[in-house]
Design a protein around this ligand. Structure first.
Ligand SMILES: *Cc1c(COP(=O)(O)O)cnc(C)c1O
Length: 511
């Protein structure tokens, strides 16, 4: 296409308008020279694809040098700079210092790797720049289709509703907000929680992710109303403790309304007994919400599906696509079985958004009526495109591959006398520590493993993170990485052992 020849069909003018006498020339942010920006864009695309293709050859992570920090901190630019020069600066100061989660040996926290295809989809989405609150447009149809596919994958009925959001925190918040609306026993949207009714309580486990506290606080329930039930030896919520807590709360006049089950806990990858929780919630008239931030996607792998069995019985599910579907940040998904309840929780019809039966806003805004955001981008494009291009079976195989890699790493850990497994490997998370012979002081062991963790990160060879399990500091490996290979885990174990030999003598001396 020759952009210079594009003619406005209505005014039959082409090119920039001539400045009239005494009239300021009007400007825009489009380039004065399209071919020049096009060439720069092609270079950017080539460079970023090379960057992804060669990621294995670079350190996983390296700290940002002081000189680079100083170069980024600059005065507010009032005037222009050459785009090519700014791009060069980006290549020197920004591009070399990422968190590292695109690397095959990044297994810290829970971060997805990203994919080249989804990166391109993000570029297209940004270029089209549709406003996906709803409106009669292709992007809304694509989002609806992507969400319907995700619902089908998790065994939800076709009548369920959902939307793509920024991440698991938002998706979970939406699920619990619907629970509160449906189960409060009064019109919580009108009345709020200041009318002095019975205290609403919800149940989770000590292993539930920190989003639950955020949600309890933001929804006005208060952190105190979030019961954190104990877990069994496999880090699964004790259903007995749940039953006791329910009874006790009811006896005290409080109103239980929601149970949060987790498919794949952040600490160890454990999954609560979702089937039992689903039955209990049905019997007790409680909303059953499942946080499946990464674990829900195990349902895509035929051999892992039974590990999250029962998820399909939830009233609402929250999960991320930027974790175990490997898509670039940000993308999560909230699904609600009862579409009417979902809409009733969030829908609003201010006059400036009133539907007009025809035109671009024929019906109420679909997605703005299902969550908190009004202005919404086209995150769904990368979901839709990735599912079409790769197919669900490929994602299932990769998830299975990660689960098998976790089992492989577990065997490597078990084989080494100096290493100790600290939790069952239920899915894709392995928690272990260095435990040299003769050192049994827990404080010393924690200090030693923490130092080992930091040296490993700083080595650039692998990035893992940590947690504390029953008072013990654990090295934690969470595998949501489509680039990892078995040899990467061999290298991890070799490096941990080698670094451990240096750390032990210094760490075992009392501070
Ligand atoms: C990551 C995670 C979350 C939060 O999701 P974000 O996308 O980071 O907002 C919630 N629960 C679990 C189990 C997680 O691993």
């Amino acid at each position: 296409m020759e952009p210079e020849r594009i003619v406005d069909v209505h005014t039959h003018q082409s090119g920039p308008p001539a400045a009239g006498a005494g009239q300021a020339r009007e400007e825009s942010l489009d380039p004065a020279n399209w071919p020049e920006l096009r060439a720069l864009g092609h270079r950017m695309l080539d460079d970023i694809l090379d960057y992804l293709g060669s990621v294995r050859q670079r350190p996983v992570w390296q700290p940002v040098p002081e000189a680079v920090r100083r170069r980024i901190r600059q005065p507010l630019p009032a005037g222009p700079s050459d785009a090519a020069a700014v791009y060069e600066e980006f290549k020197e100061t920004v591009m070399p210092y990422p968190t590292g989660n695109i690397h095959p040996r990044f297994w810290g926290w829970v971060m997805g790797t990203g994919t080249p295809l989804a990166m391109l989809a993000d570029m297209l989405a940004s270029g089209m720049n549709p406003h996906v609150a709803g409106y009669d447009q292709s992007a809304a149809i694509v989002e609806k289709q992507a969400v319907a596919w995700l619902a089908e994958l998790l065994g939800f009925p076709a009548s369920a509703s959902g939307l793509v959001v920024g991440g698991g925190t938002m998706a979970n918040l939406i699920g619990v907000a619907v629970a509160r609306h449906v189960k409060a026993g009064f019109d919580v949207r009108t009345e709020g929680l200041q009318r002095g009714g019975p205290e609403l309580v919800l149940y989770a486990s000590t292993e539930t992710h920190g989003w639950a506290q955020r949600a309890a606080e933001l929804l006005g329930l208060g952190n105190r109303s979030l019961r954190r039930l104990p877990v069994d030896e496999a880090f699964r919520m004790s259903v007995l403790a749940l039953e006791e807590a329910l009874q006790e709360d009811r006896k005290a006049g409080r109103r239980p309304f929601c149970v949060i089950g987790t498919a794949g806990t952040v600490n160890t990858g454990a999954t609560d007994d979702l089937q039992r929780l689903a039955v209990l919630c049905r019997d007790e008239g409680l909303w059953f919400h499942v946080d499946g931030a990464f674990g829900a996607l195990a349902a895509l792998a035929p051999d892992c599906r039974d590990r999250v069995a029962g998820i399909e019985q939830a009233d609402s599910i929250a999960f991320d696509l930027h974790k175990w579907m490997y898509l670039p940040f940000e993308a999560g998904c909230a699904l609600v079985r009862d579409a009417g309840a979902h809409r009733a929780t969030f829908s609003m019809a201010p006059s400036y958004l009133a539907p007009t039966g025809r035109g671009i806003l024929p019906q109420p805004l679909e997605f703005a009526g299902l969550g908190l955001d009004l202005s919404r981008g086209f995150r769904a494009l990368k979901v839709w495109m990735s599912l079409k291009v790769h197919g669900t079976r490929a994602f299932g195989r990769l998830i299975q591959q990660n689960v098998e890699q976790a089992a492989y790493l577990k065997r490597l850990v078990e084989r080494e006398a100096e290493l100790e497994l600290l939790a069952p490997v239920a899915l894709n998370v392995v928690c272990f520590r260095l435990h040299p012979q003769g050192i049994d002081d827990e404080v010393v062991l924690s200090r030693l493993n923490e130092e080992l963790l930091l040296r490993l990160q700083e080595s650039g060879i692998a990035v893992i993170s940590s947690t504390v399990l029953r008072g013990r500091f654990a090295l934690r490996v969470a595998i949501t990485n489509h680039r990892s290979r078995r040899e990467d885990f061999d290298l991890l174990v070799r490096t941990v052992l080698a670094l451990g030999r240096d750390v032990v003598p210094t760490a075992s001396v009392p501070r």
